[in-house]
Design a protein around this ligand. Structure first.
Ligand SMILES: Cc1cc2nc3c(=O)[nH]c(=O)nc-3n(C[C@H](O)[C@H](O)[C@H](O)COP(=O)(O)OP(=O)(O)OC[C@H]3O[C@@H](n4cnc5c(N)ncnc54)[C@H](O)[C@@H]3O)c2cc1C
Ligand code: FES
Length: 288
């Protein structure tokens, strides 16, 4: 993990208040594993003191090619896909090429190959389930799994079609794609868990590994579907964070353990957990 001041190379507006931010940081880019995140610090802003956590969406070489994450030798550019929701992300949206940012990365343990590979090998297909900006955590794992030849499918839901950003980046890695919007402007009208449920029901004889990132309710519903049909499921959590380093305990969630269970920090023990380890239900909903 490195704490660096990095330069913005691009900050491209997308639909629905989303942006694609690229920064140059060869040392950090080479160290990144799929599913990890960074803490971004806006320099010279006394009104936004805390760093903001962002998933690492993609890693590329300076000429735009994706880095090889195993060796990482060509990786130089780190990309973030973000949505403007408050003061910090609004200020991020104003960043121009050449501006500087504080970047603490890579953080968290991400999707660990030793955890998911045995299940990926046993599965007929890997199902990625994304809600809104949760999509940002899944591109690197999808790319890594595609390089290893695994079959994958994406279920992606948002409020409206403007929220379905990044779909084209996923297409080369996926055998199929199911989109959902709450207002029905694209794909299934309603939550993304509905097409997921239907797909699982149509293919009861198959084995799947699920990888999900999105709002708490979507993760909980996805975890319940996976559990009901006996599929392993990994969830990447996006709790609010103070330090990102395991110190403040602000990101803790309840997990199953001995006795009354225990707590784990999303920033250090996560952000990726096996879904059946998390204590789902109202008592554990993160404060945002
Ligand atoms: C590990 C991790 C990875 C993340 N990856 C991304 C990403 O790739 N792209 C992205 O756009 N966002 C991501 N987030 C969420 C992002 O950190 C917040 O949206 C951001 O910090 C908000 O900052 P702000 O100053 O703009 O908003 P604030 O002014 O702090 O808050 C504005 C509104 O957003 C809500 N909010 C703030 N943080 C969160 C959160 N973590 N989850 C849900 N609601 C929140 C607040 O309750 C409030 O309603 C991630 C969060 C975590 C913990
Ligand atoms: S954010 Fe401080 S312990 Fe996780």
């Amino acid at each position: 993990m490195y704490d660096e001041i990095v330069a913005v190379t691009e900050n491209r507006p997308l639909t629905g208040g989303h942006f694609l931010l690229s920064v140059k940081s060869p040392r950090q880019a080479k160290a990144i594993r799929p599913g990890q995140f960074a803490m971004l610090r806006l320099l010279g802003r006394s009104d936004v003191l805390l760093r903001r956590p962002m998933s690492i969406y993609d890693v590329q070489s300076s000429n735009g090619r994706r880095g090889k994450h195993k060796t990482g030798r060509s990786a130089e550019i780190i990309r973030f896909l973000y949505k403007v929701v408050g003061r910090g992300t609004q200020l991020m949206a104003e960043l121009q090429p050449g501006d500087r940012l504080g970047l603490l990365a890579p953080l968290g343990h991400g999707f660990l190959a030793e955890d998911y590979l045995p299940h990926a090998k046993a599965a007929d297909e890997i199902l990625h389930v994304a809600g809104g900006i949760g999509i940002a955590a899944l591109l690197l794992p999808a790319g890594e799994l595609a390089r290893q030849g695994f079959r994958q499918r994406l279920f992606f839901g948002g409020g409206t079609k403007a929220d379905l950003v990044g779909v084209d980046d996923f297409k080369p890695h996926m055998r199929g794609l199911a989109l959902a919007t709450e207002d029905g402007s694209r794909g299934h009208r309603g939550f993304v868990t509905k097409p997921l449920e239907e797909y699982l029901a149509r293919h009861r004889e198959k084995k799947f590994l699920l990888m999900a990132c999105g709002p708490w309710a979507m993760l909980e519903a996805t975890a319940a579907l996976a559990r009901r049909q006996g599929h392993p499921c990994l969830v990447s959590m996006e709790n609010r964070m103070g330090c990102g380093l395991g110190v403040c305990l602000g990101c803790s969630i309840r997990v199953h353990g001995k006795g009354h269970g225990s707590y784990q920090r999303v920033c250090t023990e996560g952000p990726v957990f096996w879904a059946d380890k998390v204590v789902w239900g109202r008592g554990n909903i993160p404060k945002t």
